[in-house]
Design a protein around this ligand. Structure first.
Ligand SMILES: C[S@@+](CC[C@H](N)C(=O)[O-])C[C@H]1O[C@@H](n2cnc3c(N)ncnc32)[C@H](O)[C@@H]1O
Length: 217
């Protein structure tokens, strides 16, 4: 019979800004430890490829739809200048407090992910690293390479269509927020793919690490 109606309604409402605000206010989402995958990406790709670089903006990062900022703040503690963007004010309030408590000059931007990336591109603002973790708006995808410096790194990680079939109770149900198999590889085929994986047991999650070419073609 699939999922009970309340769960389904809850997931359908998951794309709604108000709903996200309520989840943060209720403490359902909040500040937590950084994901080990983000930490490994830092060690294996960001440190060797970017931290040594003297290119302008090489040490800047954007955590898009980054919620309460647990990744952005951890990355700042590793030496990055970070911008955290999300549409949820309660989420950003948590991040602001954490950053202040750690004396970290985190830049916070409230807005839709699409507005943030299109405005960055229009202003030619580019980052060394863009992180998107458990968020999907397909309209955003083609903009991400445009806001990376030459040699900049993209880490994209979120649920795939396999997730519901595999019975994982976590994650969205709306196909608009679920990646198709190999979709990230298709969208980012112009980039150097450093890592790609899709989990197909117990949960469906795709993870991509890709690098912008070092110079314009
Ligand atoms: C599942 S949480 C992931 C948070 C964080 N990236 C992480 O990995 O823990 C999804 C986040 O996306 C934000 N969000 C959802 N739709 C958005 C949109 N269209 N524009 C900006 N933020 C959005 C929500 O407010 C929420 O903080």
């Amino acid at each position: 019979m699939g999922h009970p109606i309340p769960d389904r309604l809850k997931e359908m409402a998951g794309s709604d800004q108000q709903h996200w605000n309520q989840r943060y206010l209720a403490g359902e989402f909040g500040f937590r430890e950084p994901d080990p995958f983000v930490m490994e990406t830092h060690k294996n790709y960001l440190e060797p490829l970017l931290l040594e670089s003297d290119a302008p903006d090489a040490h800047t990062g954007l955590d898009l739809a980054g919620g309460a900022g647990h990744h952005a703040i951890w990355l700042m503690q590793q030496g990055w200048r970070m911008t955290l963007a999300d549409w949820s004010e309660p989420a950003l309030e948590i991040a602001k407090e954490k950053a202040a408590a750690n004396s970290l000059p985190l830049e916070i931007v409230q807005g839709t992910a699409l507005d943030v990336v299109t405005q960055s591109a229009q202003r030619e603002r580019r980052f060394g690293f863009v992180l998107v973790s458990f968020f999907l708006d397909r309209a955003v995808l083609p903009w991400l390479p445009k806001i990376l410096i030459h040699g900049g790194i993209l880490l994209y990680r979120t649920y795939t269509e396999d997730n519901e079939r595999l019975g994982n109770p976590r994650g969205p149900r709306n196909p608009e927020h679920l990646l198709r198999s190999q979709e990230l590889l298709e969208v980012y085929r112009g980039m150097r793919i450093l890592h790609y994986n899709e989990t197909v047991a117990k949960k469906g999650v795709a993870e991509l690490i890709a690098q912008q070419p070092l110079s314009s073609p």
